[in-house]
Design a protein around this ligand. Structure first.
Ligand SMILES: [Zn+2]
Length: 408
């Protein structure tokens, strides 16, 4: 087999195109494959697909292709424009590249595989292209993946706020609990993340009225958002957010008491706030010792353990009765932060006890954490004006778990 035929077969050029020559420059470490269409070939109009349009003129173009061993490979071709009776003069579609790209589809597929594993900047360095060119490819496929995603099956949703960098650039992440994937990301500074999500659902075959369950924290913006824009959804307040509030209450009691019993409570924060199961034997003993003393922190801690007990009850009615007893007792605890917590539970009662029916939490979003981390790492390689927008999109695309971002 001659070179041209070998390349011809490897490139899969189809009917109309032939490899007509190759030029190898060892010093430049560059292989150039020249391809051309058959004399007298006719092409379809890219607009209406009308076959057999005559070639009007041609322009020479070059595409970066997959490396040929250690050498960069390029395709060079005269690209024809055809004259369609209806649409006039148009550039034809090519089997190896999408319109406007300086890379072949296979090269773009390689790029999209690499950006799943490393920052865009690193991909640029690895393949020897400026990262702005790599970003252009990423934008294209991420946009396409976002545009074509099918949200018709989204009925149970969890939403949470997270940041790309500690304390900066907060985003609201909406996940479908049944498909275990992120379906929508929006800057949390958006006045109303939930209406934006409802709109996006409608744009992608879903419906806000179809959402039957939503899990979220107790913040006003999510609460108003769900009540007004997810009209059929039952709201479950995320148990991990509830627990976090109680943990903060215990810590508040400890900090207030430290003024009085400073020496005794020094370096004990960890003991009070960690799950007892995660304590070492020594820490356990120390905690037991502290609990024998008449400390306010110890009392607050016991209220926290009592609250934890509710999630061990299976039956919804029994759990509700237990929680009622808890809030009644906690309100009489004479511990300000614990009283506040009990009041909060009463105030948000319906969404808290909903858990025994829906059994949903934001735990899934934690599970997607590794993907989110990967997305953050990827986004880090970017510098430029529309950084935030790009990061959000890359974030969303990563969370698709490879579902459709890429040329093939
Ligand atoms: Zn046409």
């Amino acid at each position: 087999m001659r070179d041209a035929e070998l390349f011809q077969a490897a490139l899969g050029l189809g009917e109309s195109w032939r490899v007509v020559g190759s030029c190898f420059d060892a010093d430049q470490r560059r292989l150039e494959l020249r391809i051309d269409f058959e004399w007298g070939a006719r092409f379809a109009c890219p607009e209406c697909d009308a076959a057999g349009c005559e070639v009007h003129d041609t322009t020479e173009k070059t595409w970066r292709h997959l490396d040929f061993f250690q050498h960069q490979a390029y395709l060079v071709a005269r690209v024809p424009r055809v004259r369609c009776p209806e649409h006039g003069v148009r550039q034809v579609g090519l089997p190896w590249a999408r319109p406007g790209s300086g890379f072949t589809l296979l090269f773009e597929a390689l790029v999209m595989t690499l950006v799943a594993e490393m920052p865009v900047k690193a991909v640029g360095d690895l393949v020897g292209e400026h990262d702005t060119r790599i970003w252009r490819v990423v934008h294209h496929y991420v946009d396409r993946a976002l545009a074509v995603q099918d949200l018709s099956g989204v009925t149970r949703v969890a939403v949470d706020e997270t940041s790309f960098r500690r304390g900066q650039d907060y985003v609201s992440v909406f996940a479908c609990l049944d498909q275990a994937r992120v379906v929508f990301v929006t800057p949390a500074a958006t006045p109303a993340p939930t209406p934006a999500f409802a709109e996006d659902l409608a744009d992608h075959g879903g419906a806000a009225g179809q959402v039957a369950e939503v899990c979220q924290d107790m913040s006003e913006s999510y609460l108003t958002g769900a009540l007004e824009h997810l009209p059929e959804a039952e709201i479950t307040f995320d148990r991990y957010h509830i627990k976090a509030q109680l943990t903060r209450a215990v810590d508040e009691v400890r900090r207030a008491e430290r003024a009085e019993h400073g020496e005794l409570l020094r370096h004990t924060r960890y003991l009070w706030l960690r799950n007892p199961r995660n304590l070492t034997d020594r820490q356990h003993d120390r905690l037991a010792e502290l609990l024998r003393l008449p400390l306010a922190t110890g009392r607050a801690y016991r209220w926290m353990l009592r609250f934890d007990g509710v999630y061990e009850i299976e039956d919804p009615d029994q759990a509700a009765a237990y929680l009622r007893r808890f809030t009644r007792g906690a309100r009489r605890s004479r511990l300000g932060p614990i009283i506040d917590f009990a009041q909060m539970v009463d105030e948000y009662w319906l969404g808290i006890v909903r858990w025994w029916h829906s059994r949903i939490s934001n735990g899934l979003l934690e599970g997607l954490h590794s993907l989110v981390q990967a997305a953050k790492r990827r986004a880090r390689g970017y510098r430029g004006a529309e950084k935030f927008r790009t990061e959000s999109r890359v974030y969303a695309a990563a969370a698709f778990s490879g579902g459709g971002a890429g040329p093939r």
